[in-house]
Ligand binder design. Structure first.
Ligand code: FE2
Length: 326
């Protein structure tokens, strides 16, 4: 079933096409973040300007025509309202024109489900770490044949990626991404940092405030190294509790921050200690992308889910534990 997915929750406008669970194209245009971060109105304008060309590229890469598409999915949330709106309008316009089913998809479910597929893990504890989200989850039974993700632990305030991006902006890194912090952290040494874990929950704002106050007193390398070590250790501690609580021997890591090499190294040690298999999606799918939305949409439509156009809205704070998984 040729299914097209549209992702536009933040800086990326992505369109992916999936056929029977297989990704056949995954194209995107990404807003250049520079040193200022994301200004919602500007990012949404960027998506409007690029949406048509990304759809065209995705179709051409897949070697199909638009009229071959049999189902549509789009990101309902969570995300930035102005940005989500653009993807929703594109998806609804296509669904109406082609007269095919359309389903709203939870962004986090997209990351996790494609991660689970690619890692080959059946029923893992999931660490989902991105700009807007930081959660530890496990799938649980829902109504009938459906399932949903239960949140075992999560951030009390901001996502870990948001924290790293925010710090990058405060020291004027260009681009102001966590990935730039990762590069600068190489060769740094540890300085004392705040550390906040409560059971399986954690908090990052104190760490962010403290780190920005260290600028000038310590080298950028040392602060970048320490902010990573402290925040990643917090995730690892909470994750160890989740592995013990669930007695799970599988760990799936997904989301934009899952691309960080130091985090991967620390998580591998945790997995080894707990004799758990660890798996990731390819980096292409840990970054925001349309293919993961198409992947989930295809399964939802096949599972009997179909929304009326009038029901296809957006929700900036669409929680993952409210989304049904087929
Ligand atoms: Fe994401």
């Amino acid at each position: 079933m040729l299914t097209l997915g549209v992702e536009s929750s933040a800086h990326t406008f992505g369109v992916g096409i999936v056929d029977e669970g297989k990704v056949i194209s995954n194209e995107k245009s990404m807003y250049r973040i520079g040193t200022t971060g994301m200004i919602p109105k500007k990012v949404a304008e960027f998506h409007v300007q690029n949406s048509s060309s990304v759809v065209t590229r995705a179709l051409s890469k897949a070697g199909i025509r638009i009229t071959d598409i049999e189902g549509i999915g789009y990101t309902k949330g969570p995300g930035i309202g102005n940005c989500l709106q653009v993807g929703q309008v594109v998806a609804k316009t296509l669904a109406q024109k082609l007269n095919v089913p359309i389903v709203p998809v939870n962004h986090g479910v997209g990351h996790i489900e494609i991660g689970r597929l690619q890692s080959g893990l059946e029923d893992p504890v999931v660490l989902y770490v991105s700009g807007g989200n930081s959660q530890i989850l496990k799938m649980t039974k829902g109504q009938g044949k459906t399932k949903h993700y239960r949140v075992l632990g999560e951030t009390f305030d901001i996502g870990i990626g948001n924290m790293l991006d925010n710090f990058a902006r405060s020291i004027k890194l260009d681009p102001a991404w966590g990935s730039t912090v990762e590069k600068i952290a190489v060769g740094g040494k540890y300085i004392a940092m705040p550390y906040t874990v409560k059971g399986m929950d954690f908090s990052f704002t104190g760490l962010l405030t403290h780190s920005t106050k260290q600028v000038g007193a310590h080298s950028k390398e040392d602060i970048c190294y320490s902010i990573q070590e402290a925040s990643f250790s917090m995730l690892c501690e909470a994750l160890e509790r989740a592995l013990l609580l669930t007695n799970s021997k599988e760990l799936c890591v997904c989301g934009g921050v899952a691309q960080n090499a130091r985090l991967k190294e620390m998580l591998s040690m945790i997995a080894e200690d707990h004799k758990a298999k660890i798996g990731y999606a390819a980096n292409e799918f840990n970054a925001d992308n349309g293919a993961m939305i198409a992947f989930v949409a295809e399964r939802m439509i096949k599972g009997g889910s179909k929304a009326k156009l009038s029901e296809c809205g957006i929700e900036q704070r669409y929680r993952i534990d409210r989304a049904t998984v087929f």
